[in-house]
Write a protein that binds this ligand. Sequence first.
Ligand SMILES: Cc1cc2nc3c(=O)[nH]c(=O)nc-3n(C[C@H](O)[C@H](O)[C@H](O)COP(=O)(O)OP(=O)(O)OC[C@H]3O[C@@H](n4cnc5c(N)ncnc54)[C@H](O)[C@@H]3O)c2cc1C
Length: 385
Amino acid sequence: MKILDNEKQCVGCGLCAWVCDKNAITMRAAEGGFLYPQIDAEKCVSCQKCRSFCPVVKERKKVEPQECYALNDNRDERRRKSASGGAATLFFEETIGRGGMVCGCRLDENLQAVHDTADSIESIDLFRDSKYVQSDMSAAWGKISSSLSNGKELLVCGTPCQMAAVNSRFGKNDNLTTVDFVCSGVPDPQIFEIYKADIEKESGKKIKEFYFRDKTNGWKKSNIKVVFTDGTQQIITRKDSYYFKLFGGNLYFRECCYNCRFKKFNTYADITVGDYWGIEKIHPELDDDSGCSLVIVNTDKGKALADSVKGRCKVASTPLDFAVQTHPKLEKSINRAKYRDLFFHIYKGDEKSLKKAMKLCMGGSVVRKIKRVLYSKALSAIGKI
Ligand SMILES: Cc1cc2nc3c(=O)[nH]c(=O)nc-3n(C[C@H](O)[C@H](O)[C@H](O)COP(=O)(O)OP(=O)(O)OC[C@H]3O[C@@H](n4cnc5c(N)ncnc54)[C@H](O)[C@@H]3O)c2cc1C
């Protein structure tokens, strides 16, 4: 039994494993640290339940956005802790204020990205910030389900594919609201592990907190910030971070991200948020370089939630066309790096091979460029990539 004809389309949400009554599906890392379902043929009864809920198999849904605007949380200090203008956190606070629950992505005690639920204002601080790594939703499915079974309002925020999965299983529940974001794609969790270990090795210290979008030098030049267990901090600029060089080179994203099915407003989310890049051109009064959110309201339910926080933020209405123009990722997937196959062929899950793969596949001298073209051709000729 196969869930998808082409396994490369799998988004790794783990819903198939959670809905399987026979516990026949386990999510296992493959191609770096990306999770893919593995089916135990002895337990599988071919009931097709996994397939029926899979967000990739389900028919896509195109929304007609109702509203589009720029948003800045009024509390500047708090906004600086969010990735953009703090829209997602405002929606979380509103839901908790009404006695509901929220579900978002946080870094756990091992600094690995996971989806988790919360019902207190204090705990939602952990969800702030964009974690540029694929989050593991496995442990969240049961919590989402029990929260909705208890009749609680629940707001879930995640990537468009994750929100398609949440809606596939729970979309009929009136208490569920979902927020997704303009998404470039999700990087490999295993490479994030290597990157953290590398920082620890170089500094000789243990990392306690990791921030991908520290705004010490402003929102537009946000950096990585790590806080060590001894209380000291290190800021790593994007240009000095090989983790972000890989991001810019489109090398380490999940395979399905290069051909994302949830672009062009094929979204299941009630609201879509993003970084409002280009804000200085259209609403300069909202551009203080502390972060500005793009908010696109997709449904009536989304509008009700978005309207309820408007008293706590500055908003400026904006044409959807402008947002699409400044956010090509609303419409188009990222380009698949030409040498991605070569990269994952050389990279074997450890620091040494990662650095070797980066050296060969990114930039470099003319000699190196020739070397990678020849290497790539040779591997493809013998069917290795
Ligand atoms: C991998 C990734 C790629 C992105 N690419 C773009 C882009 O190309 N263009 C663009 O405009 N915006 C992009 N964003 C969105 C942007 O960076 C902000 O996350 C978004 O604008 C929300 O900011 P905020 O201030 O409203 O949220 P905050 O208050 O900072 O809250 C962040 C929210 O994002 C969720 N989140 C964080 N990391 C993850 C993750 N790894 N997986 C699932 N959910 C997560 C949290 O649950 C939280 O609710 C991306 C985000 C991520 C995580």
